[in-house]
Design a binder for this molecule. Structure first.
Ligand code: AMP
Length: 215
């Protein structure tokens, strides 16, 4: 199954995608994660992407498409994948249709994770991830346990993503509204859009998501 997860930053796409991966085996392809990895490794793509990411702007389409094509050509993506954070604008969506059309593996669905602006803002400003295993916590909704250690791996260091700081978040939400929100109509017109209410506990949202996908 080939799925796009759409939704503003903070709508829970990444966290939900991780569980879909664990339950159904399709790899999660997050262009944000791939870009952060390229930045950390100091690759050519990473060096070019760094400034745009730190400013909360979109990285150029050629870089993101290059990274995406390399990733979906890997053997583990042959039977399907969950795209998280891609496409982010209409040209990327059109490029995705072309790439998948060429390999005869069209997209099955685009799922919009729908959430109020106030909740999004808190989810982003409050987000912390475990430095060792990446498990996500939130100072408002899902705090680190009282002993200050990650439930999964016991690590006691948590990171606040540079682009989750308040000054950058406003910019990321604006970019979403202007560039990415039009994809909702795009996928609705293609008959592929499914809308999931992303407010509520992780489990509630997950069961709506698998219901919408018929899994
Ligand atoms: P994310 O983890 O999906 O919120 O992405 C973090 C940052 O990576 C974004 O704010 C952008 O700077 C960049 N990025 C991720 N995916 C894309 C994309 N599809 N197109 C352009 N920039 C992207």
């Amino acid at each position: 199954m080939r799925i796009v997860l759409l939704g503003a930053p903070g709508s829970g796409k990444g966290t939900q995608a991780k569980k879909l991966v664990a339950d159904h085996g399709y790899p999660q392809v997050s262009t944000g994660d791939l870009l952060r990895d390229a930045v950390a490794r100091g690759t050519e793509y990473g060096l070019k992407a760094k400034a745009a990411m730190e400013a909360g702007q979109l990285v150029s389409d050629d870089i993101v498409l290059g990274i995406l094509k390399d990733r979906i050509a890997q053997p583990d993506a042959a039977n399907g994948f969950i795209l998280d954070g891609f496409p982010r604008n209409l040209p990327q969506a059109a490029a995705l249709e072309d790439v998948l059309g060429e390999i005869g593996q069209p997209l099955d669905a685009a799922v919009l994770m729908e959430l109020d602006f106030d909740v999004l803002f808190k989810r982003l400003t409050g987000r912390r991830s475990c430095k060792s295993c990446g498990r996500i916590y939130n100072v408002y909704f899902l705090p680190v346990p009282d002993d200050g250690r990650c439930e999964s791996c016991g690590c006691d260091e948590f990171v606040h993503r540079a682009d989750d700081k308040e000054e950058t978040i406003g910019r990321r939400l604006e970019v979403y509204q202007k560039e990415t929100a039009p994809l909702v109509d795009y996928y609705r017109e293609l008959g592929k859009l499914k809308v999931v209410d992303a407010e509520g506990s992780f489990d509630e949202v997950y069961s709506r998501l698998v219901g919408a996908l018929g899994l």
